[in-house]
Each structure stands twice: as C-alpha cells, then as structure tokens.
Design a binder for this molecule. Structure first.
Ligand code: GDP
Length: 429
C-alpha cells in the first residue's frame, strides 16, 4: 500500500499545491488524475513563486517523476509553455521527469472557442468556467469523438484531425455570433507542440502499476475540489471530471488495493470561484477581511483567472459530506494564519430548510440554494501564528477551533498550514 490520494475538500483553492509540495518530498511519483489547465497551484520556494497549471508541483523536487494521467484533458500548447517556463527558472523537465498518458484527451482551439460560446449562450446562468475548453473536451471524450494525446505521435494525421474538428466547431461559433477560427493558423501551434511532446507520451497506467509493484510511493495530486465533482458536487455548477478520490483510480488506472491514505485539504474558511450555491457566503467587511486586498499573493483571487473569490465562514456540513464521499483518513487545514485577529469565528454545523434541521447538504440545487446555515460561534485569537511549528504553541483558541472541526467532520486533523512557505507547517505528533 503505497499510494496517497490528496484531494480538495471544498470548492478548490484549498492550498493543495503547498500540501502536495510537502507530500511530494516523501514521494517517488506525483500524478495528476483529472482536469486540465483550469487548475492553478501556487508553490512558494525561497523568493520564487511557481504557478503551475498542468504539471504537478512535484516537478520542483528533483527525485520525483510527474505523471499526467489518462483522466486529464491537456492543452498541448499551454503544456509546452509551462515546460519552457519551468526550464527558464532552472527546473529540468525531461521525459524521465514528466510522463504524459497517451490516453489523456487533447483540448483543441475548437474546445476553447466552444467553451466561450456555451458560457455566452447561458447568459445569466453561466457556470463561470475558466474558459480553458475543459468542458467541451470532456464532452467530446464521452461523446467518443475526442482526440487523445497518443494521437500526437503521428503529427500529420493529428493536424488533419485537428483541422477537421475546428471546421466542425466553426459552424456552431457562427451560429452563436462568434468569429470562426482559421483551422491552419490554429493548428500550427499545435503541430509544433505535438512534436515537442511526443517523447513524453507513454502508457501511464502500465508505468504506475509497475512502479507501485516495486514499492514506489505514489502521490495522486487532486485539482479543483470535492464540491466541484461532476457526480458529487453542486451540479450543474461543477467541473466536468471527478476530482474526488474515486477519480484518482479511474484517472490513473490502478486499483484501490494500493491506497494507504486519503488526505483531504480544507481551508479554515470557505471560498468559491464562479457561480453556484455557497451557504456560508459573507458580504461586506467580513468577506473583505477573509479575501484580503490582493496585496499578498495568497489573497483570495484566482490563480488562473485573477477573479476575486467569494468568501465565507467554514462550512462543516460540506466538509462532513466531502469526508464521506472521499473516505478521508486525515485532514490538512490550511491558511490558519489568515484567521488571526478575529474576535470570534463561526462554523456552520448544520443547515435549516423550511424549519427543519439538516445535518447533510441537500442534493438538489433548488433546496441547497434555500438552506440557511446554523452557526456555532467560537472565540478567535489575536496572535500572529506564522512562526508556530508545534501544535502546543498554537493559541488555545486556535487549537479549540481545529479540534471542533475534527469533531464535526469526524476525521483527524494531522497537519496545519500557517503560511505559504515550505516550512510553515504544524504537524500534530
Ligand atoms: P490549490 O488550488 O488548492 O492548489 O491552492 P493554491 O496552491 O493556489 O493555494 C492558494 C494560495 O494560498 C497560494 O498562493 C498559496 O501559496 C497560499 N497558501 C497556501 N497555504 C497557505 C497558508 O497556510 N497561509 C497563507 N497565508 N497562504 C497559504
């Protein structure tokens, strides 16, 4: 049993990047299993900030091999750009260090244009996607007409297939009053990227199984979060894949017998980007306080889109649900430093709907939109905690806040993050 699955317990942006960076230091392989460059991880090492969208943050550890699994959708041009940016800052990205599944699907320029068309057509009901073509790429995958990364190995026929897809998409674009794409022009960058990426392509399921059999420690790095899962999230305000622990197995192609830990990462308050229900959402000065001004790179503005995130109190109802869907064996709580200075803190412990107390989130959107959070109020703490490294040195009120989360969710909190830097972690011994 050597695999660890790391997933977001909320709506994404929980700080998975820094947790993955820490767990990667104890891993041989770090694999992503779902989504594409709609994800955004930020890792802070020394005075450098790395923003990664496709490549797992494990790439920053020299001994680690990174895998882009079959469950992903990959934009080859953006992947090449990310590889080049890493190389420019001195990180070597060779086929020994990065392996791309031949079964991953390719995001084409048509997908990106169709993403925009679909959001435009939804008008006020737009999902708030990152406009990276993720949804349309998964639509083609399940519609059995997608292009797979393995198709890039034959550049000529890949280019033809790409042009054909673009021509087909043009009809839809024109229908929506959008500019059609020039197939040749759009394909050009892709052909170059295909050539560059060919040496990285491989059957990653075979690769991972072989590594697991020999006892390699594999970290499955989730993107997005549980509440954005296509099955378990707030449908339809979800992503098009399964960022939950089950998705790690289908998205990488190995069995549950290898899984030892399922680590849920949760921020100590709630944030959400884009539309969709968020029962504990705050407005006004409290929300501004949690969000930050944008001055610090960790303030609550999207890594991929720059959009200000919606902010609110911690929602233990959602966390309890996430713990169940994923089977968390432990939780990591991030950004505890941001809560210093509040007189009191609230946690939603249940919801109320039409006079009835609910312990679990309702599964239908209409009901979820109408729930009212039932809060418990806990004392805050004033001390800055960025320098704390031992649980016993956390203010008593901070410990009580964490212990309350643990009880409400029913999963142990083993680690707490108190700042963005690599060593700003408190382990509970
Ligand atoms: P992800 O999408 O879940 O991977 O989230 P990110 O990795 O993008 O994390 C969001 C931001 O919070 C990044 O800028 C991180 O450096 C920052 N961050 C992570 N943990 C902490 C923490 O404990 N305290 C503070 N202040 N910032 C943190």
């Amino acid at each position: 049993m050597t695999a660890t699955i790391l997933v977001g317990a909320q709506w994404g942006d929980e700080g998975k990047g820094r947790v993955a960076d820490w767990l990667a230091s104890e891993s041989d392989v770090v694999a992503r299993f779902a989504g594409g460059d709609n994800a955004g991880h930020t890792v802070y090492v020394g005075d450098r900030v790395y923003k990664l969208h496709l490549i797992p943050s494990g790439i920053l550890h020299e001994h680690v091999t990174c895998v882009l699994g079959n469950g992903m959708v990959v934009n080859p041009v953006n992947l090449v750009r990310e590889i080049e940016e890493l190389e420019r800052s001195g990180v070597r990205v060779s086929p020994e260090r990065l392996v791309i599944s031949t079964r991953a699907h390719v995001i084409t320029p048509a997908h990106i244009a169709l993403d925009m068309a679909s959001e435009k057509a939804r008008g006020a009901d737009a999902i708030g996607t990152t406009l990276r073509g993720i949804g349309p790429a998964y639509l083609d995958k399940t519609g059995r007409q997608g292009l797979r990364a393995g198709d890039m190995a034959d550049v000529e026929s890949f280019a033809d297939a790409l042009c054909e897809r673009i021509e087909k998409a043009n009809a839809t674009l024109v229908e929506h009053g959008l500019e059609p794409l020039s197939p040749r022009e759009a394909a050009e960058n892709y052909i170059e990227a295909a050539r560059r990426l060919s040496p990285f392509l491989r059957d990653t399921s075979m690769y991972l199984n072989a590594r697991l059999r020999e006892g390699a420690r594999v970290l499955c790095e989730g993107a997005q979060g549980t509440m954005l899962d296509i099955d378990h999230g707030d449908y339809p305000f979800v992503t098009s894949s399964s960022p939950t622990s089950g998705g790690a197995l289908t998205g990488l192609g190995f069995g549950p017998r290898y899984v030892e830990r399922v680590v849920g990462v949760a921020k100590c308050f709630s944030t959400r980007v884009g539309a969709g229900p968020m029962p504990t959402e705050l407005e006004g000065p409290l929300a501004d306080r949690l969000r930050g001004t944008g001055e610090n790179f960790w303030d609550e503005f999207g890594t991929t889109t720059g959009r200000p995130r919606r902010c609110g109190w911690l929602d233990a109802v959602m966390l309890r649900y996430a713990a169940q869907v994923n089977g968390f064996t432990e939780m990591v709580i991030t950004k505890l430093d941001v809560l210093s200075g509040f007189d009191e803190l609230k946690i939603a412990v249940a919801y109320e709907l039409d006079g009835e107390r609910l312990e679990n989130p309702p599964e239908m959107l209409a009901a979820l939109r109408r729930v009212r959070p039932l809060y418990e109020t806990l004392p805050g703490w004033q001390e800055a905690i960025g320098g704390v490294r031992r649980w016993a040195d956390l203010p008593r009120a901070a410990q009580a806040y964490l212990e309350r989360i643990e009880t409400l969710v029913g999963v142990p909190v083993t680690t707490v993050s108190v700042g963005p830097e690599r060593d700003q972690l408190v382990f509970r011994s």
